[in-house]
Design a protein. Structure first.
Length: 694
């Protein structure tokens, strides 16, 4: 390896990095000799003067292309360590291992030049500060990028040539099987019949959604041959979805056609680090290859084209029906709200006649024909989020921010002090290890080797502790001190904004809320209480709860608790009005309203058969007392006669507080006394109080 003279002690004091990378997962699995050759560079670094503790291998980017740095965590971490001055040398088997992108390569060279980091490969060692080495490295990077372009050009040309002949091997959809003789229909008759049923039902119903609902109603599943994963090569039967049915109806392979280039990558739509993203469906005229009658067919090409025309007409009709509103709606959190059950984005449903709007999660219903996850009344949620937004603008929150920054500064100072103590302790341990190594007999090689290893480990621990201390001292947290004019501006905004809020347009409100809030998660429990998780800028998360009006509580725990409470209060003799007042004080809520009323309680009592105490008494079902009517029958008089005697003072009795009526103890002496009053043998009867406990 040329250029050994460029290695100095300042490089040997820092880390030595071996960057290991292969372009694809297939290469990682099959080309293992390449990985061995790259890992062998660690031995060469030890020969150059770096010890085992200083040499590390960065292999997080195995199976990833070097066409860009995005998605390569190992390369990004490597560049960050170079920028922190921790790396003395970076070694790769060749320059193309590090980067095949000129922009990323020259940025790394600039960092290495600034922070005095060497770069090495199997040809030699280079110093980016040296003009000749910098020129050579730049040429190598340019050739590496050009090589990648040339490789891709040749591979794409070969692939396209085979595709135009119909010889390109690609996955065939479920219902077709590739054999040594070619592509045939699946030998499993159940799979073939189910694919035929999909086309027959679409021809009959003319809608993907209607086909999905038909399959769901009749509990029919769709076959799907797995191409990867645990069940690769097997056929799994799964519940139908709109996407699965659409992939069958739109695939030209079922019409016997070989098609290539139906989806083509668009660079502006690709997500860094995810090669399969950014593919856009193309018009048939833009396909790269199309060969008819290449495979056995389920339907003819003419039928396939008519199906595509119906699907396109359905899409156009849906766009016409779902045209955007001419005026912006009142919903505040459009695009911010996600479902707390499935995590999908929630849409807004406006109830024009009633002036209401809801946040709905319709993903399961739209794609799988299942029940809607959640539909929540949005007015209360908007109010709760608006209050949280106003609260965030209050001066108290600004004081909390400053206090939090001061706490961070204090904690950082404490951390620096503790790290400084660690450095002192480890330095003493290293010094002790050095003394032990110096005092040992050199001829006793076993002990000498052990003490040398102990000394090196202690030195490595000291260097690591020093680096941590330097990093902490280099980037202390900045204590936030908001100037008084800015504080007053925030205070004015916090005071004036709630007053101006009603006069702002919905668009302005949404824009203001988005200055602080990045997302909202909603989850409603069966009792109608919604948990609102607000994600603020800076990833701070707050939670709060609010209760929504429920349009049905049947079968919920809240309904059961309410009914049990009504039954308990009824047993205490309270009427419906008193029960409603008691329920309102306990913060229970009925459906479709904010407070219980006498009518609501009466309906619930009638529905669940909760009989009031007076009604129970009138029915004569008491085991411990007689009612006025029962006593009247026993003494052979009309109940009005006993009522007159009570009114005239001849019978002393009080209304029972629990049952709201006159009750006589179940005692034969009471009957004898009432008969004596009837026969005018006595002028007064005093009825004792009923003992309900027997």
């Amino acid at each position: 390896m040329n250029g050994i003279a460029k290695i100095h002690s300042r490089h040997l004091d820092r880390q030595a990095i071996v960057y290991l990378r292969q372009s694809s997962t297939k290469q990682v699995l099959q080309n293992q000799e390449s990985a061995r050759n790259q890992r062998a560079l660690t031995d060469r670094l030890r020969e150059l003067g770096w010890n085992d503790a200083q040499v590390s291998v960065v292999d997080e980017d195995q199976g990833k292309s070097a066409a860009q740095s995005a998605g390569r965590e190992g390369f990004q971490k490597l560049a960050a360590d170079v920028g922190l001055g921790r790396v003395g040398i970076i070694v790769g088997y060749e320059v193309s291992r590090l980067s095949r992108n000129c922009a990323d390569w020259h940025q790394l060279l600039e960092l290495c030049a600034v922070f005095d980091t060497l770069i090495g490969d199997v040809d030699g060692i280079y110093h980016p500060r040296d003009f000749n080495d910098r020129l050579l490295l730049g040429l190598k990077g340019t050739m590496s990028a050009a090589e990648l372009h040339s490789l891709r050009l040749r591979l794409d040309a070969g692939r396209l040539s085979k595709a135009r002949r119909g010889e390109l091997i690609q996955h065939v959809p479920t219902g077709l099987v590739r054999t040594a003789e070619g592509v045939i229909l699946d030998p499993d008759e159940s799979i073939r019949q189910r694919i035929h049923l999909v086309f027959e039902k679409f021809w009959e119903l003319s809608s993907i959604r209607q086909v999905m609902l038909y399959f769901l109603r009749n509990e029919l599943q769709l076959p799907r041959r797995q191409t990867s994963g645990l069940y690769a090569g097997q056929v799994l039967w799964k519940d139908p979805s709109a996407a699965a049915l659409g992939s069958i109806l739109k695939n030209p392979a079922y019409a016997g056609a070989f098609a290539y280039g139906r989806r083509q990558a668009v660079a502006t739509r690709k997500i860094p680090g995810r090669p399969a993203t950014g593919r856009i469906r193309q018009q048939q005229s833009d396909w790269l290859a199309l060969i008819h009658d290449a495979w056995p067919a389920y339907i003819s090409w003419k039928v396939h084209e008519e199906i595509q025309q119906r699907i396109s007409q359905n899409a156009d009709r849906m766009k016409e029906q779902c045209r955007p509103r001419s005026t912006p709606g009142k919903a505040l959190l459009i695009g911010l709200v996600r479902c707390g059950k499935c995590g999908c984005r929630m849409s807004v449903s406006y109830k024009n006649r009633e002036g209401r709007y809801q946040y709905c999660c319709q993903s399961a219903q739209k794609h799988y024909g299942k029940r809607t996850c959640q539909y929540l009344s949005a007015e209360e949620i908007d109010v709760a989020v608006t209050d949280a937004f106003f609260e965030a603008l209050q001066p108290a929150e600004i004081d909390v921010l400053e206090q939090h920054s001061r706490q961070q500064a204090d904690q950082h100072q404490q951390l620096v002090r503790e790290q400084a103590r660690d450095v002192q302790r480890l330095e003493y341990a290293a010094h002790r290890a050095e003394q032990q190594y110096d005092n040992v007999d050199p001829t006793n090689r076993l002990i000498t080797a052990t003490l040398e290893t102990k000394w090196e480990s202690a030195l490595h621990a000291v260097n690591s502790a020093r680096e941590r201390l330097e990093d902490s001292r280099r980037e202390p947290p900045v204590e936030i001190n908001i100037p008084m004019p800015l504080r007053e501006a925030f205070a004015d905004a916090g005071k004036q904004l709630p007053e101006l809020w009603k006069g702002l347009s919905p668009t302005t409100r949404r824009a203001l809320v988005r200055t602080l809030i990045t997302g909202i998660n909603l989850l409603r429990d069966p009792d109608g209480v919604v948990q609102i998780r607000v994600v603020w800028k800076g990833r701070l998360v707050t939670e709060q709860k609010t209760r929504l009006r429920s349009f049905s509580l049947r079968g919920t725990d809240l309904e059961q608790r309410t009914v049990d409470r009504i039954r308990e209060l009824s047993s205490r003799g309270l009427n419906s009005e008193a029960i409603a007042n008691e329920l309102n004080t306990e913060e229970l809520m009925p459906c479709r309203g904010e407070r219980f009323t006498e009518i609501i309680v009466t309906k619930l009592r009638r529905r669940f058969g909760i009989v009031s105490n007076p009604a129970i008494a009138r029915r004569g079902n008491l085991s411990f007392a007689w009612t006025l009517s029962e006593v009247a029958r026993q003494i052979n008089r009309h109940p009005s006669w006993i009522s007159r005697q009570i009114h005239n003072g001849r019978v002393t009795i009080s209304v029972d507080a629990t049952y709201g009526c006159y009750l006589f103890p179940k005692d034969e002496s009471i009957i004898e006394s009432m008969k004596a009053l009837r026969d005018q043998k006595t002028s007064h009867v005093k009825v004792p109080k009923v003992q309900k406990n027997g």
